[in-house]
Design a protein around this ligand. Structure first.
Ligand SMILES: CC(C)(COP(=O)(O)OP(=O)(O)OC[C@H]1O[C@@H](n2cnc3c(N)ncnc32)[C@H](O)[C@@H]1OP(=O)(O)O)[C@@H](O)C(=O)NCCC(=O)NCCS
Length: 171
């Protein structure tokens, strides 16, 4: 299957109506709010689609910051934290359509998101990627890819330095 990843636009209006990840809030976000948020520069939504222009999955990215008081000692050391707030990138929403789940599409889309975050971080300065998993299942999905949990926080993070080492090893 030839898949491509593009920024959400009005071209996706029909396809997004059929998107069904099994989690209503993630579907309705794509269908009703993602384009609005993008126009207001609150986030950018990336769409994975197939040759038939069906939406396989999507994710959103936003510039973000994390308060160092939410980080444990080990995380502070990992991120080289020096200031009260650290620049970061947030993967706000992430979902794969039910038809395509468990077929490696989540992995493909997450790798795209993390590569994009690494590139952006190298251009504007950000030391970590954060996610807020919607449930336990999603939490485990991110753990599998090297994200770290934070104590007393629903968020998980991965340092950009870890991603640089990962992606540079494949160049
Ligand atoms: C969670 C979700 C993104 C995973 O996507 P997916 O396409 O089904 O996952 P993949 O097929 O790419 O799986 C990639 C790897 O993660 C593993 N994995 C998938 N879901 C997992 C889970 N819940 N817990 C642990 N591992 C998981 C797979 O076994 C696979 O491992 P492998 O490479 O060793 O075989 C997808 O099921 C989904 O969109 N669910 C509904 C919405 C949601 O939960 N979004 C999460 C962000 S809030």
């Amino acid at each position: 299957m030839e898949a491509q990843i593009t920024v959400l636009s009005t071209r996706h209006s029909t396809a997004k109506k059929h998107f069904n990840s099994g989690i209503q809030s993630l579907d309705s976000y794509l269908q009703q709010y993602a384009l609005q948020d993008q126009k207001r520069l609150q986030s950018v939504c990336f769409i994975l689609e197939n040759e038939q222009a069906e939406i396989i999955g999507y994710y959103t990215l936003s510039a973000s910051a994390i308060d160092t008081e939410h980080l444990d000692q080990h995380s502070l050391l990992m991120l080289g934290a020096k200031y009260k707030q650290l620049p970061a990138i947030l993967i706000g929403r992430f979902a794969i359509d039910r038809v395509y789940q468990n077929k490696g599409m989540g992995k493909l889309l997450l790798m795209d998101a993390l590569k994009r975050c690494t590139k952006q971080a190298e251009e504007m300065g950000a030391c970590a990627v954060f996610v807020e998993p919607i449930d336990k299942r999603a939490h485990h999905f991110y753990l599998k890819f090297g994200f770290r949990s934070l104590p007393q926080q629903p968020k998980l993070f991965i340092p950009i330095k870890t991603l640089q080492a990962l992606f540079n090893a494949f160049h």
